[in-house]
Design a protein around this ligand. Sequence first.
Ligand SMILES: *[C@@H]1O[C@H](CO)[C@@H](O)[C@H](O)[C@H]1NC(C)=O
Ligand SMILES: *[C@@H]1O[C@H](CO)[C@@H](O)[C@H](O)[C@H]1NC(C)=O
Ligand SMILES: *[C@@H]1O[C@H](CO)[C@@H](O)[C@H](O)[C@H]1NC(C)=O
Length: 444
Amino acid sequence: MLPLFLLFVVSDGFASEVSTVQPLILTVSSLSRETVSSVVPVDREVQIHVHEEFDRIALYDSNPQGQTREPIYVVPAEHIETGFIETNVSLGNPEFPQGWSLNSQADGGERAVPGEHCLPVWVAGFRDKKIVYTDCLKIHPTWMQDNKLFIGNLDVRSLLIPGTHNSGCYKRGDKLSLRDTIGRYILTQDQSVWNQLVYGIRYLDFRIGYYPPKENTSITDDHESRFWINHDLIKVRPFASVLGQIKKFIERSTNEVVIMDLHRFPIGFNMREERHTAFVSYLERELKEYAIPFTPSTLTLDKIWTTPGRLIISYGENSIAQTKDWLWPPIKQLWGNKGTVQDLEEFISKIVANDSLQSTDKGLWAAMAQLTPGPLELLFNPKGSLREMAHKVNPNLMRWCQRSHWWRKLRIVPTDFFMETDIVNLAINANVIKGHQDTRYETD
Ligand SMILES: *[C@@H]1O[C@H](CO)[C@@H](O)[C@H](O)[C@H]1NC(C)=O
Ligand SMILES: *[C@@H]1O[C@H](CO)[C@@H](O)[C@H](O)[C@H]1NC(C)=O
Ligand SMILES: *[C@@H]1O[C@H](CO)[C@@H](O)[C@H](O)[C@H]1NC(C)=O
C-alpha cells in the first residue's frame, strides 16, 4: 500500500515531473492573535491549500464520509479560487489518539499503535454536491517504521528529514506579559519536543547553556540542572525535560531514527573544557544506549535497524565529538541570513543546485528555512515576531519544496512553527519515491 499521491504536474518548466501534491492539504497557522471576545489569544488556526477544483470545501470534526454531520466551517465560495484559505477553526490542543499522548502509558494506559492517525480536523472537497475527497490532520509517530520496505535501502544522509529550528524554544497560549514581548523573538515553536516527534519531526536543533549553581545552593545542586536550552543568550528551559521526552519517544516507537543536533554552546562553555566533559558524561549516562555510533561510510536505515541505536547525537564542537565514537561531528546549518522571502528562495535554490552537497561524504547538512530579523526589526517593529516571519515563509516554503528538483536535493529542512507546512507528509512521500528508485537502479 503505497501512501503516495502521485500527480503529473508541470512546474517551473519541468514537465511531467513526479510530484506529491494532494488536492487539499491542511496546515496550522503560526500566528497567534488577540481577540476582544477571548481572554487568551487565538492560535493554531487551520489553513487549507487547494490544488484542484471543488464546488465546495468544508471542515468537520470527524470523518465526514458516510455520515450526515454538520461542518464546523464552510469555505466561502469566493475564497476557494484563491487556493489558500485561512480559517478561524483552531486545532487547539487535542489529545493524541492511539496511545501517543506523552502520559498515556504512565497511567497504565493503552499501548501505542503504529501508523498515522487522524486528529479531529477533517476537510472535505465536494463536486456536484458529493464528497469527492477527504483528508485529516494527522500524527505520523512511526512513519519510518510504516515505510520500512520502501525507505530501508536509503542512506541516513540522503533522506529528506523534517526538522525544527531551536526545537526546545516552545511555549503555547498564555497572554504574553510585558516580559514576554522579548519572547516574540525567542520562541520558534509552539509544540513540545514530544509533540514534534509524534507529528513526524526527526531532526531537533538545540543550543545549550551552562549555568553554574548559585552560591549556597550546592547541597541541592544535582549538576544536571546546570544545563539549559538556550535561544542564543537567553535560557528557555532545562535540558533535562527535553531529554526525557526524546528518550520516551525512542522507547515508545521502535524504528524511528531521530537526529539530535547539539548545535552550539552559547553560554558558559567558552574556554571551559571541563564543562563540555561534564555535559558529555551526562549525555553518556542518559543516552548512550540509544546512540547510533558514528560512521563516515554508508549507513542505511536497514543497517541501523539491525542495531539497538535510534539516536544520532551530533556535537557542535568537533574536537569534543572526536573523543567519543557515539558522537557525530557537527551538522552544517546553511543559513542565508535573508530578510525577505524572495532572497530566501534564491538562497535555497542555490543550495539545491549545488551538486557538491549531494555527495554523502559531505555529512549531514540542513538548509535553514527561516528569515533572519534585522536589528531594526527587533527595536522598532512592535508587532513583529518570529511567528509573523514564519507565517511569511511557511506557505511559500511548502510550494518550493513541492518542486521535485527541491525535494530530491534537500536533506534536513528545519522550520519554525513547523505545522504551518506539510513538510512531514512531503518528506515521507519524497523518501518513499527516492527509496523505490534506488532499488530499481540496483536491480536494473
Ligand atoms: C468564524 O468565521 C465565521 C464566518 O467566516 C463566523 O460566522 C464565526 O462566528 C467565526 N467563529 C469564530 C469562533 O470566530
Ligand atoms: C551564602 O551564605 C553566606 C553565609 O551563610 C552568606 O553570608 C552569603 O550572603 C550567602 N550568599 C548568597 C548569595 O545567598
Ligand atoms: C557548494 O557547496 C560547497 C560546500 O559543500 C561550497 O564550498 C561551495 O562554495 C558551494 N558552491 C556554490 C557555487 O555555491
